[in-house]
Structures are given as C-alpha cells and as structure tokens.
Design a protein around this ligand. Structure first.
Ligand code: RIB
Ligand code: CA
Length: 352
C-alpha cells in the first residue's frame, strides 16, 4: 500500500482555499502535515482563523496551523473581501476555534518541516508566495529539500483576473513570486514546480448542481439548489455541517462570478491545484522558464513563460496545460460527499 502524500499547505483561505482544504482532508492518500496562513484574500489573522475553524469542523484539531507575515515583501497588502466575503469564507459562519495557533511562524515551519523531512514533503501553495519566499531567504537550500512544489498562480496565455495580465496570488506579492521562481531554477527539471495557472483553473467551473449532488451523496437534507435569484439572505439549512457551510461559502463565490460576467459558477482554482499535488497525472504540462514582471507600469505581476529557451535559462516550471475538468469535478464531489458523511457535528462528538 502506497503511503499517503505528506503535504505542507500554504493558503490564503478564501473560499476556494476552503474547498481545497476539505478536499485534502477527504483524500485518504493525503496527510496534511501543517497548514500555513498567508495574507491574500483576507488578512493573515483571518486566514489563520478560517483554517482553524475548518479543521475543527472536520475533527482535525491535530493539524498545526501557523501564521505568516502580515503582508507582502515590499508593497502594502491588498485583500479582496469583495471576492471571498468579509471573513474570506463567503456567507459561511463557522464556529470559531478555541485552539491555539502554532508558536512558530509560517516561514519557520517551512524551514523546520523541510529539514525534518528532507525530500519527503509535497508543498501546495494556493495563495501569495510571501511566506515561502521569506523561508527561502532564510534558508536558500529549502527548494532542494522538497519532493515537489505545486503553486496555484499565474496566467500564461490567458488573461489575468486582477489586472489584464496578472493573476491574484502573484499580483498580491510579485517580488515573492519572482524570488520563488528564481530559487526553484536550481532544482532538477523533473522536480520543477508545477504551476496551475488560470489557463486551466478557469476551466474548472463548479456549478450549483454540483452542490446539489454533493448533498444527495452526503445524505444531507434538504437537498438544495442554490439559485442566482435566491433571496439575498438565503442560506443553507441542509443537515450535514460540511455541506451546509460549504454551500454558504460557495454561494458568495457564485454571486461574485455572476456579477463579473462569468456565469453563476465558481472557479475551483485551489482544489484543482490540490488534486494535482496528490496526482500530477490528472493534467498535462508544458515546460517553461517562468519569471515575474516586477517593474512594469501596467504589467507588474505578470507571469512570463519562456517556452523556447530564448532567455538561455533552464526551465523552472511545469505549467498545467490540459486536464479533464469534468472528471476532476466529479472526483471533488464524490470525495467531499464521502468525507461529509463521516464528519459528526462538533456538538455531537464524544471524542471532545
Ligand atoms: O486567482 C485565484 C487565486 O487567488 C485563488 O487561489 C484564490 O483563492 C485567490 O487566492
Ligand atoms: Ca487562494
């Protein structure tokens, strides 16, 4: 039996980060070693509170949650509550955790965990790269100690979602992204970071009927179908806590995408990256040398891919280029439903 993939997960929880965390918790072949909180969608403290609350809801108070830097390496933090909601988890209202955060910083956790587990950990970053960059500044050998890095970020032959050319995670902290891509130029090409950019993740469209199917498969009642014309204060009342809170979180994301002309859907950027981290064979890739524009007046934050070695630098990224979006979404719903059925509401637990 293949041992589970051991993961460092660095997130800016957010709605799709939340789905990614639940998906990883649902995967029996995943072992989350630590959840590191990076400012992005919402400030770091809120990200950390969201991480603790989701882990408590899922009965996983054993997983370390560390807090990262308050903001990017060089520029002021910009958050996006309009995308992810005032607390970063849409309309979901999770029971606040009383559990303590890790005493070490996210950057220190990056360094210590990779030293303690050289060559064993897969790292998934679904937010800005600030804390990974800080860790690498303090310990330049860190990239050599990772089994694999998977990043949700960037846009290559696809428009940005934050500026015409820049994707959010990179745009929040372009300096950090540039430093991380440069630092990973030295790892063997077969362990180059996998980069899940908008080129693929904006094809991963969760729809309301996916959540209806989730409720059905999770034996949650009533089974609800979130509608674009629902009352503004409509919230889920379905019985399963995972399905209920997830529905409230994603409802906000459906509305955001609709209001931005993308349809009543929700792009599952981070859950897709999580699935790739566990099984890279679900996608096909193009090798490139990636660098990040940090000086451009209108292009700052753009991820530039040199596909043909024009810079004379070896490739430092495997960019996801093709995947079966429907197959991934089916897997996401099936795994979440099976997991939701196992989660007992915190109030009913006997083990606490
Ligand atoms: O551009 C999409 C990315 O930015 C996702 O990780 C989302 O959570 C936000 O962080
Ligand atoms: Ca994210």
């Amino acid at each position: 039996m293949t041992p589970p993939t051991r993961l460092i997960v660095d997130v800016d929880t957010g709605i799709d980060d939340s789905v990614a965390l639940l998906y990883l918790l649902a995967r029996e072949d995943a072992d989350i070693v630590a959840v590191l909180s990076t400012a992005g969608n919402v400030p770091t403290a809120q990200v950390a509170a969201n991480n603790l609350a989701w882990l408590d809801l899922c009965g996983r108070p054993d997983i370390e949650v560390a807090v990262g830097a308050d903001g990017p390496l060089k520029i002021p933090l910009r958050t996006t509550e309009d995308t992810h909601g005032p607390q970063g988890i849409g309309y979901a209202v999770l029971p606040p955790s009383t559990r303590a955060l890790s005493e070490r910083s996210a950057a220190q956790a990056w360094i210590e965990l990779t030293r303690e587990n050289p060559g064993e950990l897969v790292a998934l970053v679904t937010g800005p790269l600030t804390n990974l960059a800080l860790a690498i500044r303090a310990d330049p050998e860190l990239p050599q100690r990772l089994r694999r890095l998977v990043v949700m970020g960037g846009a290559f032959q696809h428009p940005g979602n934050t500026t015409p050319v820049a994707e959010w995670n990179i745009s929040v902290d372009p300096e950090a992204a540039a430093e991380v891509f440069a630092a990973f130029s030295s790892v063997p090409e077969d362990r180059a970071p996998i980069v899940c950019g908008l080129d693929v993740t904006e094809r991963i469209e969760l729809r309301p009927d996916h959540l209806r199917r989730l409720a059905e498969l999770a034996d949650s009642t009533p089974v609800e179908l979130i509608g674009s014309d629902d009352a503004p204060d409509a919230r889920s009342t379905t019985s399963n806590p995972i399905v209920r809170h997830l529905s409230d979180a994603v409802r906000f994301y459906f509305q955001f995408h609709r209001d931005h002309g993308q349809g009543f859907i929700a792009h599952m950027h981070d859950p897709f990256a999580a699935a790739v981290a566990l099984d890279p064979t679900i996608a096909r890739y193009r090798a490139a040398t990636v660098d990040v524009e940090t000086e451009g007046r209108i292009t700052r934050g753009q991820t530039v891919a040199d596909w043909h070695g024009l810079w004379g630098r070896s490739p430092n990224a495997a960019i996801t280029w093709e995947t079966d979006a429907d197959a991934f979404l089916d897997d996401l719903i099936l795994r979440l439903a099976a997991f939701a059925r196992t989660v007992t509401p915190p109030g009913n637990r006997t083990d606490r």
